[in-house]
Design a protein around this ligand. Structure first.
Ligand code: EPU
Length: 339
């Protein structure tokens, strides 16, 4: 395996396209290579930053940590019965390619998650979700290596404590493990899930009455392409903010003032608000400040129009949070990891 490299630009390794440089950079293709890095670091004793597809990260400065890029590949069938298949997938596999692979085999459960940027290993971190599906619906287990010891540990899906854009890997065991493989249980006779309004609309527009997994995947791809900027054309990291969850009482008072407010039921009797709507109501949709802006078609997304610095994106996100707070007294939380 290659020796650690010095002063490596990360511009092409983060979907915001921020030009920061890693003082020390390595990538690993196997668990053995990862364990070797862990051994090396017993002398170096450096903080480590694990990078996957770089699609949910904002660099506001050159990382001081040793950056390790996870490139573990492979899709392996672990068991195969008449109605389901259990897969072991390398954390460094591209997420969308994995979805397409499964859709082509007619294995159902992740087709609604088509075209999400990033790698498979990032999926469990924040329980990726879109159009009525979440990773937790099909994730069976997550295999990891402990960063300090190099020992393997497998978390069952239940142990992952998945929630809305949440998991144990962002909370209790933050920065303690490297995800190496994710196990998925997919269905061989899956029913398509077209509950999410815009999927049904898109399928109607496509004139498809009895959609296959491929049709649903295509519908999701069409919707995403119509609203979300393609990171290879316009730097971004998908939703920059989470949809905020508030109490029923607070929702009632907001609803009186803003009858059009968009909401969904959330766990424990709480209410989830559409942050994109809140931001749009503040007049910030399409707002541009030098080289950064709020996307004109989806206000949850912040975009880099050119060579913007991470700090400029951070400042714009502060402005958005403050304006929403002043207007609705609701605190937006960033979904993207900030370094
Ligand atoms: N809306 C607005 N203005 C906007 C954006 C949205 O009024 O600028 C309204 C829409 O009209 C709709 C509602 O807000 O009534 C929800 O919008 P949308 O369906 O676009 O979804 P979202 O809540 O804005 C979430 C996820 C997306 C995911 C979509 C579809 C989060 C933080 N974001 O966005 O995930 O693709 O639902 O399921 O939960 C991501 O995480 O990076 C991401 C793109």
């Amino acid at each position: 395996m290659q020796e650690p490299q010095k002063n490596i630009s990360l511009k092409t390794l983060n979907t915001f396209g921020i030009d920061v440089s890693a003082e020390l950079f390595s990538s690993f293709n196997t668990e053995e290579e990862l364990k070797y890095l862990i051994e090396l670091n017993k002398n170096e004793k450096k903080e480590v930053l694990i990078l996957g597809g770089g699609s949910n990260i904002l660099f506001t400065k050159n990382p001081e940590q040793w950056v390790w890029q996870n490139c573990i590949k492979g899709i392996e069938v672990i068991s195969d019965s008449s109605n389901e298949v259990l897969l072991k997938v390398g954390a460094g596999e591209n997420w969308h390619n994995f979805v397409l692979y499964c859709v082509d085999k007619n294995w159902g459960g992740i087709e609604n998650l088509s075209l999400i940027p990033g790698c498979v290993g990032a999926g469990p971190m924040q329980n990726i979700g879109a159009y009525g599906a979440e990773l937790k619906d099909t994730c069976h287990a997550v295999e990891c290596i402990e960063r300090k010891t190099g020992q393997s540990k497998t978390f069952t899906a239940q142990e992952c404590e998945f929630g809305y854009r949440e998991s144990i890997f962002k909370q209790k065991v933050k920065d303690q493990y490297v995800i190496t493989y994710v196990y998925f249980k997919l269905s061989k006779n899956a029913k398509v899930n077209t509950q999410y309004g815009s999927i049904q609309q898109e399928l109607d527009a496509m004139q498809i009455a009895e959609p296959t997994l491929k049709d649903v995947s295509n519908a999701v791809i069409n919707i995403r392409q119509s609203k979300l900027p393609n990171p290879s054309e316009l730097g971004n990291a998908g939703s920059f903010f989470k949809n905020p969850v508030i109490s029923e009482a607070k929702f009632k008072s907001l609803k009186e003032k803003f009858p059009q407010i968009i909401s969904y039921p959330a766990a424990n009797g709480n209410v989830k608000l559409a942050a994109g709507w809140l931001i749009e109501q503040c007049g910030l949709k399409g707002f541009r400040q030098n080289n950064v802006g709020v996307h004109s078609k989806q206000a949850l997304v912040i975009v880099n129009y050119g060579n913007s610095k991470g700090s400029e994106i951070w400042e714009l996100s502060e402005k958005v949070i403050q304006t929403v707070k002043d207007t609705f007294d609701v605190e937006l939380e960033r979904e993207v990891n900030i370094y």
